[in-house]
Ligand binder design. Structure first.
Ligand code: FMN
Length: 180
């Protein structure tokens, strides 16, 4: 009887543990034009044991597209057009995730327009949202809160800039702190 009780209790604890993990499923979704944010996103996903999802543009950004000195470049045109929503080539089913971490480079103080496409195309309602960015120095600014305004029903938990070379320990400490 005692043995039975112990094994039932142990089973219960195991099941509870498994459930707790499942309901806390986390995914790191990122857009990166030149690889810096990709490094950060990969570090974050591996440190957190989270899934990783790249937001892939239908039309990849060339270096000419990214030339912000050229007022006719793609990035300048997208930035100047409030309604611009560059198309995404791939998709993800977010329904099984409780925590969605979105990582992006800062473009003119905000997230690139394709990241708006992503948060508007996907259902983030009721999910914890964390925004991570890399930048040339201007930092997160209001990029996270602006993005969250377009992610209907998402619960913005926080956001921060990291270097592309940030360590897993550093990133995990921050995320664990705000998602606890
Ligand atoms: C079009 C464009 C606009 C940018 N605007 C800013 C900015 O406003 N502030 C800043 O600090 N860095 C800015 N940057 C630099 C990027 O945020 C930075 O290099 C970032 O780490 C690049 O990430 P990625 O390699 O993942 O694309 C800009 C870069 C580009 C291409």
């Amino acid at each position: 009887m005692k043995k039975l009780l112990i094994s039932l209790l142990a089973g219960g604890i195991l099941m509870f543990g498994a459930n707790a993990q499942n309901t806390k499923k986390t995914v790191v979704c990122y857009f990166s034009a030149t690889g810096t944010t990709e490094r950060l996103a990969k570090t974050a996903a591996s440190a957190l044991g989270a899934d990783l999802h790249e937001i892939v543009p239908v039309h990849k950004y060339t270096s000419a597209d990214l030339n912000w000195h050229d007022k006719n470049s793609r990035c300048v045109k997208e930035n100047n057009d409030e309604k611009s929503r560059p198309a995404i080539a791939n998709s993800i089913d977010l329904s099984g995730y409780e925590n969605v971490i979105v990582a992006y480079p800062i473009w003119w103080g905000l997230a690139p327009k394709i990241v708006y496409t992503f948060v508007e195309q996907n259902d983030l309602s009721g999910k914890n949202l964390v925004t991570l960015c890399t930048s040339g120095g201007s930092g997160l600014g209001r990029s996270g809160s602006d993005l969250a305004n377009h992610a209907k029903g998402a619960l913005l938990k926080g956001g921060r800039e990291f270097r592309g070379s940030a360590s897993g320990v550093e990133v995990k400490k921050y995320i664990d702190g705000i998602l606890k």
